[in-house]
Design a binder for this molecule. Structure first.
Ligand code: BGC
Length: 899
């Protein structure tokens, strides 16, 4: 099973012809996107080739205004001609300038390593969105008096006198909306639009609505809930193109006297909606047919007196920006694994997995029956749900039956973080099919996989994957269940890398980094949470995440756009930290290495404060000033900003000196309190002078041993602890920490029933800071990918153009199978160790090169059964103690060596 992927690739190798082919053409990381609002979108493609060492030597892109022209080779927008280049990702469009709504059809061909050309790719397209604010003719509408708690229902009838060629609906509805036309939902977004600071940016989505419209009477219906905004507001512009070249535009406007053009508003069955508290739906209040044309009544207000004219309303203030990232969707549905009845009439469904989403109810019963669904991560001893740790979030949905036939319902404007659903008031006894669990998150692609011979590691990996998956809701949230769900920037500092190994987040992070900028004050300070709702501004200096978002987009996707767009903001944040320092010792901090095991936290008691009692805040803050300055200097280098590069390099060097002066503890031979966090952080930063490294490392190892192979670190330094031990010859010890089953460890969480990572190392279920689904403690997963699988980025050649494969074959593991889907294609590192015999199988995608670190004694190395020297597409660069360093072009390689 472990090598199944290899065999299929080998098979493919032998049957494929050697010619390269171009697949997976992406524009702005998406397949055939509409609503692109970048004036010069970026293109990428994946090359397939059946032979080793495939490299692109040249490419040609053609872009046309119609698919016919494109096929005829008439590239009236852009023809690059043959460009001698190996670039196959992040290629910027620079043809004729593009206008709003423009459709661009494109194809690309490549020349392989021998100069042989591939066929053109299948035609792909993208379509521009509304590039200028004045492309919007629509007006924000709402209902000024409001109906507190209720969702608003907007509708408009209109007539189309001609056939429909194509239609686009541009929609922003705050807080959340659902777009419907002629009785059906348009598209598959839920909880749309993505959240932002609406006073700065409002995201609009572009829908292909053509299939919903027809000549004659049509109806648009939009339900708008509170979401993160509050009083619902709607902006919509529908543009219908007809075959004769004319366009009909229907847009939101308030106070229209002509009933034929009027947008009407009403309330309906959603009588309460709140992200934290849940939704109450009274099906008896439905107005059947409200979003379908009513032929018998031309005047919608006659439909029922409950429809009033919508009001023009104060716009939220932010610029309208296209929602280029993946929308939130129902990504899968699960059946609960069990149902119990702990109290008469109280049924508790167990999903078997902590997750984010909601439940879809199927029920039949008398009208007015009230079915309540309570969501929770934990159970009380009596078997009912324990919602204490949700704090004030009610996390309760209520469905009031219409009565009669079987009814199906799921909420629209809330979501929950839960494993258990308690059903009360159900008429009769629910059947297993009465409840379907809907998994809801930003529909980003899962792009990594990791499996090993150690079942515990596999369970930890799965637990982290689900934790990250539950916390992608248009922003990276800290938790999905309680009254919080904030984009905490301190957590992100260690979370980004884990998330990137598990999901393709190019679009998601390009959006989120813009959200960060929206929190930035004129003095450069960013906020603790993004959008800024909780915590403080200035953010804790540990929030190097602002820089790491930009840097990681560069490392993982070769994307320099975020660092270029944000350079001034990033610099302002670093300068702000300097302004808050005394002789480069940063003089404030709020969270530091947050939430270490309770006895190392300030209160020292379980359930108490989560600030580390041992790792000083200024120590962490100053370390992060160094780290941030160094990252900034690295970005200045990439962007060719010579002056800034040396300025921030100097700042980093001076900060490192200040750090050493202040926090080096000569007597102890370590930093600050000489604990795990301090010593691993200093080593991770690379600020420890050579003469001290040995002592610091020895102290670190000693401390881990003194805790019987357990960590004492919080959300940040846990990542550094594992990495630093591994980088410094103690991978086995890192593995021991990672595979503990006693407190504090991930295994302890699993042993106590966790299916997602907890916020605290302790098992707590009370009403405080006790989330059971918190990605900040999930860095074990990036350690698995980077060090056990050993798939790593080479920052000198980013985007995985050059891949480093450097697995650590730790004691206790027999095999690992890991993969990562890069923009160039799938990278695999699969190894097996049998006594002293090692097999390493590596898949290197076309147009990339890998540096492979193969554990090996001085003996011979085989590849594909032949001596390495005879193997094609790979060569030995050098040998270091116990490792052979090889360079491989694309292809699938199987190495055998002996330790
Ligand atoms: C959040 C954490 C965050 C912390 C910082 C908590 O409320 O859930 O994720 O690290 O605040 O104070």
């Amino acid at each position: 099973m472990i090598f199944r992927t290899l065999c299929s690739s080998l098979l493919a190798c032998s049957t494929l012809s050697s010619a390269a082919a171009v697949k997976e053409t992406l524009c702005e990381y998406a397949r055939n996107p509409i609503g692109v609002d970048s004036p010069s979108p970026r293109l990428s493609w994946v090359i397939e080739s059946g032979r080793r060492g495939e490299l692109q030597s040249a490419y040609q892109i053609q872009i046309s205004t119609s698919v016919e022209r494109l096929k005829a080779g008439e590239a009236d927008l852009w023809d690059t001609g043959k460009v001698a280049s190996s670039q196959s990702i992040q290629v910027r469009y620079s043809g004729k300038s593009l206008v709003s709504r423009q459709r661009c059809y494109w194809r690309v061909r490549v020349w392989d390593a021998d100069g042989k050309e591939s066929p053109f790719s299948e035609p792909a397209y993208w379509e521009m969105g509304l590039l200028a604010q004045d492309d919007w003719k629509a007006q924000w509408i709402g209902f000024s008096p409001g109906w507190a708690g209720h969702a608003l229902y907007f509708r408009r009838d209109f007539e189309l006198t001609k056939p429909v060629l194509q239609a686009r609906a541009y929609v922003a509805g705050l807080g959340y909306y659902e777009l419907r036309m002629n009785g059906a939902k348009v598209g598959d977004h839920v909880l749309d639009p993505g959240t932002t600071d609406y006073s700065k940016r409002v995201l609009y989505a572009t829908y292909d609505a053509g299939g919903h419209l027809r000549p004659g009477r049509n109806t648009i219906g939009v339900i708008v809930g509170n979401g993160w905004y509050g009083m619902p507001k709607l902006l919509l512009q529908l543009e219908v193109q007809h075959p004769d070249g004319s366009t009909t535009v229907i847009e939101t406007r308030g106070m229209i006297s002509d009933p034929k053009e009027r947008w009407s508003v009403s309330r309906g069955p959603i009588v309460k909606n709140s992200i934290y508290d849940g939704e109450v739906y009274d099906a008896r209040l439905e107005q059947p047919g409200w979003e379908t044309p009513d032929e018998s009544r031309a005047n919608p207000t006659e439909r029922t007196a409950r429809w009033l004219g919508a009001h023009p309303i104060e716009p939220p203030g932010g610029r309208l920006v296209s929602q280029m990232m993946e929308p939130i969707k129902v990504v899968s549905s699960l059946r609960p694994i069990a149902m119990k009845e702990p109290l008469p009439g109280v049924f508790v469904f167990d999903t078997g997995q902590n997750l984010s989403g909601w439940a879809k109810l199927r029920v039949r019963g008398p009208s007015g029956t009230r079915v309540t669904l309570k969501f929770a991560e934990n159970l009380s001893p009596d078997g009912t749900v324990n919602q204490e740790n949700l704090r004030v979030a009610a996390a309760t949905d209520v469905y009031i039956l219409r009565g009669g036939k079987e009814e199906e319902w799921e909420p629209r404007f809330t979501y929950h973080g839960f494993r258990y659903v308690q059903v009360e008031g159900f008429p009769g006894r629910p059947a297993p099919e009465s409840l379907t669990v809907r998994v809801v998150r930003s529909a980003v692609e899962s792009n990594g996989d990791f499996e090993s011979s150690n079942p515990l590691i596999n369970r930890i990996q799965k637990m982290v994957w689900w934790t990250e998956a539950s916390n992608l809701h248009s922003i990276p949230t800290d938790c999905p269940q309680r009254d919080e769900r904030m984009g905490w920037m301190n957590d992100m500092t260690v979370r980004i890398e884990q998330a990137l190994y598990n999901f393709r987040l190019a679009r998601f992070y390009n959006k989120f980094i813009d959200d960060v900028r929206d929190t930035q004050d004129t003095n450069g300070a960013i906020a603790d949470t993004v959008p800024f709702k909780w915590g403080k501004r200035p953010a804790d200096p540990v929030s190097a995440s602002y820089l790491l978002l930009a840097w990681s987009l560069y490392e993982h996707y070769g994307d320099t756009s975020a660092m270029a767009r944000h350079f001034d903001g990033l610099r302002a944040w670093v300068d702000y930290l300097v302004s808050r320092s005394d002789d480069l010792i940063v003089n404030y901090g709020s969270w530091g290495d947050w939430a270490p095991p309770a006895k190392f936290s300030v209160s020292g008691s379980v359930g108490g404060g989560a600030i580390s009692a041992q790792t000083p805040l200024p120590f962490m803050s100053t370390g992060y000033l160094f780290y941030s300055a160094r990252l900034l200097s690295g970005m200045a280098k990439v962007l060719g900003k010579t002056e800034e590069r040396s300025k921030y390099e100097r700042l980093a060097a001076e900060t490192a000196e200040a750090f050493n002066r202040k926090f080096w503890n000569e007597a102890a031979g370590g930093y600050a309190n000489n604990n795990q966090a301090a010593n691993s952080f200093a080593l991770f930063l690379g600020v420890v002078p050579e003469s001290r490294r040995g002592r610091v490392l020895a102290n670190l190892v000693k401390d881990v041993e003194a805790h019987d192979g357990h960590l004492t670190t919080g959300n940040l330094c846990t990542k550094y602890l594992l990495e630093v031990l591994t980088e410094n010859g103690h991978a086995d010890l890192a593995f021991r920490i990672a595979t503990q089953e006693s407190y504090p460890s991930w295994g302890f969480m699993l042993a106590n029933g966790a299916t997602t990572v907890w916020e605290r190392w302790e098992h707590l279920t009370g009403g405080s800071m006790n989330s059971h689904n918190h990605p900040m403690m999930g860095s074990a997963s990036s350690w698995f990918a980077k060090y056990l699988g050993g798939i790593r980025v080479d920052p000198a050649d980013p985007g995985f153009k050059r891949i480093v494969i450097q697995p650590h074959m730790v004691k206790g593991l027999e095999w690992v199978r890991s993969e990562y889907k890069s923009l160039y294609g799938v990278i695999r590192s699969e190894w097996r160790r049998d006594g002293t015999k090692v097999t390493l199988r590596v898949t290197v995608p076309p147009n990339t090169t890998a540096t492979v670190h193969l554990p090996s004694g001085p003996g011979p190395i085989l590849e594909g059964g032949v001596a390495l020297e005879k193997a094609s597409g790979v060569r030995l660069i050098r040998r270091e103690a116990g490792v052979a360093i090889l360079e491989a072009g694309s292809g699938v390689f199987e190495f055998n060596s002996t330790l």
